[in-house]
Structure formats: C-alpha cells, structure tokens
Design a protein around this ligand. Structure first.
Ligand code: AMP
Length: 456
C-alpha cells in the first residue's frame, strides 16, 4: 500500500471511531441525582439531628464499604425478596468476585459485628451509620436508585425495651426535623417457629384466592408467601384484607414480647397503629417490625388505615433480626434496628416549610489592592482563620470598588483594606461597615483588634 493510501485509511478509521463514540449524556444514570448547594442546608439539618440523636442514645458510628460480596445480601435479605430478585446492582470484578452495591446497611453491619468479634464488647453493642444505598427499582416520587439512609443497630439484647427505644429514636428525629404528621405502624411476625405455622396458614388462604393475585404474587406463593402481604397491587391489597394475621398465631414468648413493646409505646405516648399486613421487604426480620408513615392532614375515609399505609412512602422502618448474626456465622445474638430515608425526610421538610440549617456567615471581609498587598493578605486570611474568625475575600477581583460591593452583599461587620501603602507600612485599614468609619491600625495587632470590635 502506498504511503498516501495508508494515510487515507488511517484518517478514515479515526473518523469512524469518532462517529461510533457514544454521545456524552450530561446527566447521571436514571434514579440518581446531584444534591446541589442550595439543598444542602436541609441535608445538613438532617445530618445534625440524626447524629445528635445517635449520640444522645449512646450509639457509635460505623462505616462499612459501599460494596460487599453478593451472597451476603442474597442470604440475609432473602432469595425471594424484591431487593434480591430485582433490585441489586451486582457485578463481577476483574478478579471474578461477585459483588453488590449495598441495598441497605443491616447485613453489612452484622457482617462487621461478626468479623471484628464485637460480641466480646458490653451488650448491647450500639452502632449507627449514615450513607448511600442502591436499588435498581422503578424511579418515582420519593423512590430513587441511589438514596441515603441513617440507621441504628443494637446487637446483643433481646429485651423489648430496645425495640421501643428504636421507635422512640426514629420518632424523635422525625419530630425534631419539624415533621409532625407521622404515624408509627407496628406488627409482630414472630420467631421462626411462629413464622412456620403462620406461613402454612397463609399458603392455604392464598391458594384459595390464587386467581385474584397478580403474576408476581402467584410466584411469591411458591417462594415466599409472606411477601404477598407486602404487595402494593390493588387486587392483591383487596385479597389480603381477610388474610390470617400473624399476631393471632404468635407463640407465648413472642406474644409477651409484643405486648410489652406496646406497653412501652403507650408509656412513651407515641401514637401507633397495629397493622397485620406489615411484613417489610426483608427476610431477616423476627418478632417486631415497624414503619414511620407520613399521614395526610385529612384522611380519605374510603380507604382503610392499612391501605393508606401501603400507598404511602415510608419515611423509615425497622425491626428485630434475632437470627441474622448467627446465620452469618456469629454467636446467637438478638438484635434490633431501624433506618430512615434521608431523601424522603428532606422532601417532607421542604413540603412543610420546615427549618433548615443556617451556616454561620463571615463577619469580616478582607480587601486588597496590588500584588504585594495580595501576598500579605493571604497571610492575614490565615491568621484570622486560625484565630477562629470567619473571613470572606474576593482575591480574584482587581478593583477595590468591586471588592467592597461583595463585602456589602455579604453583610459583614468589618472590612479590612490592605493597599500597597499599608502593606509596605505594616498597617491595615479597618472599616466599620455600619458607620462607615475607617481607622488605620498596626498589622501585627490586627487579629486582636478585629476580635475586640466583633465582641462589641
Ligand atoms: P428499607 O430498608 O426498605 O426498610 O428502607 C428504609 C427506608 O429507606 C425507607 O423507609 C425509605 O425511607 C428509604 N428508602 C428505601 N428505598 C428507597 C428508595 N428507593 N428511594 C428513597 N428512599 C428509600
């Protein structure tokens, strides 16, 4: 091939490569989004309130990886659940490991508890977390593929007072965020022994109504009949109205546990609703389960309380998972936990016009003029910051007029002006923004002078 032909061929190949390159989409994948600076005050408020509650109740923070081995979730959450069947972001690494982006935290926290031998610590071991979760679900209002959870787990204690305390903590966080229109729905699905006999009753009941169930529930009947109670399809909601209720089939131990929990809730004056169709979408739960559901100011009387719950997006939920740690290879460890969906808390706060966190604003502005003064200003900025004084600047702007405009807009109390002359003299001009008075001071004493004036 002649050199000319070679060049033509190469150019053509390059052109083709450019053509087949996929268009760059200026957006994140579906169901994921940016949380922009203007929304951060809400998120900051949620983080402050949740972390304060965790500290007040004696919980210590744990961070776990975003990615875990896939079978941690498939075994603990359960093969027949929506999360495991349809919603996990799973992939094989270059090394051939099958991993999953965490769809929730409890399984990972329990894994860490076993791995790090936390059973030797005084019980209960109280841990809290905050971070993102991933579920490949159909995005809609309040449902994202990337979302954030705050949650607490208490491991090693079986007393129902802890179940009550979990509900109390979730309730308190929601209330402190200014969300008052919330109801707690509770149920008990019993221990594995009660679940077994209850499961048989459910299968018997739903078999007789099979024709009226959605396709998914017909399948659930084979793999995981409890999940039918969780279905949001209208026709399944109708069928389950008369289904057997788990609380009627609890063993003595589970019944006493549940009764005591309800007594604690009454003592705490937390309004709750019993809901026999509440099962939650994860298999590891035993005994107590609960959800926090926002209520409308006026209820539609044509729908039952249960239907209302099913149609709403929960702000959070939780329950007991007495068998999970053992299933993962640890000791027999009763445990209880809950999580709140931060995206939904923020959405509800916005809807209600709830209070958000206001960042403290700088009270001092540092203006400079000329290269030498700018160099000195960098040092001054640092000296003030170190002394705990918040300073604003606009070093990129050339003219003093435009810098003073910024200072005005920020509403600072004091503007420090450092021109070429002051920089050479070792002085600085202090301008009181309210009176407009200016004074020249010794640059060495600048930090003390600023602090003195701010105190006034
Ligand atoms: P779960 O682990 O399913 O019990 O979820 C606990 C809480 O996380 C829910 O009550 C929601 O507030 C939140 N949550 C769960 N899934 C999503 C989602 N796809 N998008 C937004 N928030 C979610």
């Amino acid at each position: 091939m002649s050199p000319k032909k070679k060049i033509v061929k190469r150019v053509k190949a390059k052109k083709k490569a450019v053509e087949v390159k996929e268009a760059l989409l200026l957006q994140p994948p579906r169901g994921m989004r940016d949380i922009l600076p203007q929304d951060q005050p809400y998120w900051q408020q949620v983080r402050r309130v949740t972390e304060k509650a965790a500290a007040d109740f004696g919980y210590r923070r744990i961070d776990i990886p975003l990615v875990e081995f896939m079978n941690l979730f498939s075994r603990s959450i359960g093969e027949g659940t929506d999360i495991v069947e349809k919603e996990m972001y799973s992939f094989s690494t270059k090394g051939g490991e099958k991993v999953t982006l965490r769809p929730e935290f409890t399984a990972g926290v329990a894994r860490a508890y076993v791995q790090h031998g936390m059973h030797v610590a005084p019980k209960p071991v109280k841990l809290y977390y905050i971070g993102s979760c991933y579920r490949y679900d159909r995005p809609q209002e309040g449902r994202f593929r990337e979302f954030f959870q705050f949650g607490c787990e208490a491991l090693g204690e079986q007393d129902p007072v802890l179940d009550a305390q979990m509900i109390q903590m979730g309730w308190r966080v929601i209330f402190q965020l200014g969300i008052r229109n919330v109801k707690v729905y509770v149920n008990s699905i019993g221990c594995p022994a009660c679940q077994k006999s209850f499961r048989n009753l459910l299968v018997h009941y739903f078999e007789s109504k099979k024709q009226k169930l959605c396709i998914d529930c017909k399948r659930r009947l084979e793999v995981n009949p409890l999940r039918i109670l969780d279905c949001k399809e209208d026709k399944c909601v109708q069928v389950k109205v008369n289904a057997p209720q788990s609380i009627d089939h609890l063993c003595d131990d589970c019944r006493i546990h549940f009764k005591e929990l309800l007594e604690y809730l009454e003592e705490l004056e937390i309004p709750f609703e019993l809901d026999s169709t509440l099962v939650r979408g994860l298999d590891y739960y035993t005994k107590t389960i609960f959800e926090f559901i926002p209520t409308l100011p006026s209820r539609d009387e044509s729908v039952s309380e249960n239907e209302e719950r099913i149609k709403k997006n929960a702000l959070g939920g939780g329950g007991r998972y007495d068998g999970l740690v053992k299933m993962l290879g640890g000791e027999d460890t009763p445990a209880v936990g809950f999580s709140l969906g931060l995206d939904r808390l923020v959405a509800e706060m916005k809807k209600l016009g709830a209070k958000f966190y206001r960042e403290p604003k700088p009270k001092v502005f540092l203006a400079q003029l000329g290269t030498f003064a700018k160099r000195k200003s960098l040092r001054m900025f640092e000296a003030l910051e170190r002394a705990g004084v918040m300073v604003a600047e606009s070093f990129g702007r050339g003219s003093l007029k435009s810098q003073l405009k910024v200072a005005d807009r920020l509403g600072v109390e004091i503007t420090l002006i450092l021109g070429q002359k002051e920089a050479l003299d070792g002085t600085v001009i202090v301008k009181d923004m309210a009176s407009g008075n200016q004074e020249i001071i010794d640059a060495e004493k600048m930090v003390d002078e600023v602090k003195k004036r701010l105190k006034k």
